[in-house]
Design a binder for this molecule. Structure first.
Ligand SMILES: NC(=O)c1ccc[n+]([C@@H]2O[C@H](COP(=O)([O-])OP(=O)(O)OC[C@H]3O[C@@H](n4cnc5c(N)ncnc54)[C@H](O)[C@@H]3O)[C@@H](O)[C@H]2O)c1
Length: 339
């Protein structure tokens, strides 16, 4: 009989204070969708510098090719490649994975990051009258669903085929959720739907992928300065602070490096503190202010003047499904009997 948490090999809470050893990154072949910009480009630069081989797929060919040229130059390694890949197109992704495995120095793919994503576009989803009154009424533009759900489903499906075929000892699927996986962003209906779907994928997949020795982890960034954030959102967030790509890269690099982290989720945002005198759960999670990195005293005293915890930009969240199931169950037997 086993506790379910240990049966699905889910690791304990991530100790974000402990340094991790990046030596494990060298030699890993990482396939990255949407790698030409934003987080993807940040991951590629950091991981290539640590010795990983980067296989980048995107529709933004000029940026993707320029990035790979930069990586080859900065690392002196020829093992970084760019591929045109539209994640919404099944055959495009099939070709991307196959060619990436062929170009990988050890013939396999060790880590897949399902990163490509878009925000809602041409958003008349919540305003059907505009179109339905026309004779040539058209369906809503579901590009966001296509990229963020169908694309991620294709990527994950292919990852589950290719990762077990790698000779590397550590295999991982890293998913890009969002705070929109956890809370609604009302003007972004499809985006919120899609990132809730990614959360559902994470919660189910982490309970199954252990059978193939694949680690599944999730990143849920808050608003972070990348091209996906439009000027209007930046205006709405004025004074509230946005996070920076470096924090997301840091959280992802911990997932990549620390091979003991399995089935965990991290939220990444601007650096904030928790009020020192927090007494209940709501207070405990109260954000007292965005820390001004330039002001030394702000580490101890936020804009509100309250004292609190040390400033943090990475927080663990939402990994309790199996922890909450405290009964001892024979999961192996249950799976064998489920047909
Ligand atoms: N920046 C944020 O605030 C934020 C917050 C939470 C989650 N995210 C998520 O992080 C991921 C990366 O976003 P980012 O902020 O780096 O944005 P970004 O716009 O800088 O990068 C997204 C990349 O995806 C590529 N892409 C778009 N459609 C594609 C398609 N059909 N096929 C292949 N590639 C495609 C783009 O060309 C671009 O290079 C996305 O999944 C996004 O939803 C971002």
């Amino acid at each position: 009989m086993h506790n379910v948490e240990s049966m699905v090999r889910q690791s304990g809470p991530v100790d974000l204070e402990t340094p991790y050893d990046t030596k494990t990154v060298a030699g890993k072949t990482v396939l990255l969708t949407g790698g030409a910009s934003g987080f993807g480009a940040g991951f590629a630069r950091r991981w290539a510098a640590l010795g990983a081989n980067l296989m980048i797929g995107d529709i933004s060919d000029t940026d993707g090719e320029a990035l790979v040229a930069e990586l080859r130059q900065s690392t002196g390694s020829p093992h970084h490649h760019y591929f045109h890949c539209d994640v919404t197109d099944w055959s495009s992704q099939v070709k991307f994975f196959k060619e990436a495995a062929e170009r990988s120095p050890h013939g396999g793919i060790d880590v897949v990051v399902a990163n490509a994503g878009v925000k809602d576009t041409d958003n008349h989803f919540d305003n059907p009258t505009r179109d339905l009154s026309q004779l040539d009424c058209r369906p809503p533009n579901l590009t966001c669903i296509d990229v963020n759900i169908t694309g991620v489903a294709y990527t994950t499906h292919l990852a589950l085929f290719w990762l077990p075929r790698s000779s590397g000892k550590d295999k991982q699927i890293m998913l890009l959720g969002s705070v929109a996986s956890l809370v609604p962003l009302p003007p972004q209906i499809q985006y919120t739907m899609s990132k809730h779907a990614v959360l559902g994928l994470f919660r189910t997949l982490r309970g199954l992928a252990w059978q193939q020795n694949i680690r599944v982890n999730l990143l849920c960034p808050y608003f972070i300065k990348t091209p996906i954030i439009p000027p209007m959102a930046r205006i709405l967030l004025a004074g509230g602070g946005m996070g920076v790509t470096e924090s997301v890269v840091e959280a992802a690099t911990r997932f990549l490096s620390d091979e003991s982290i399995i089935g965990r989720a991290l939220v990444v945002g601007p650096r904030v503190r928790i009020k020192e005198d927090a007494k209940n759960v709501e207070d405990e999670f109260e954000i007292v202010g965005v820390v001004d990195e330039d002001a030394a005293s702000s580490e101890a005293n936020g804009p509100s003047g309250c004292r609190g915890t040390a400033a943090k930009d990475i927080w663990e969240i939402y990994a309790h499904d199996y922890e909450a199931l405290t009964e001892n169950l024979d999961l192996e037997k249950a799976l064998n009997n489920s047909g």
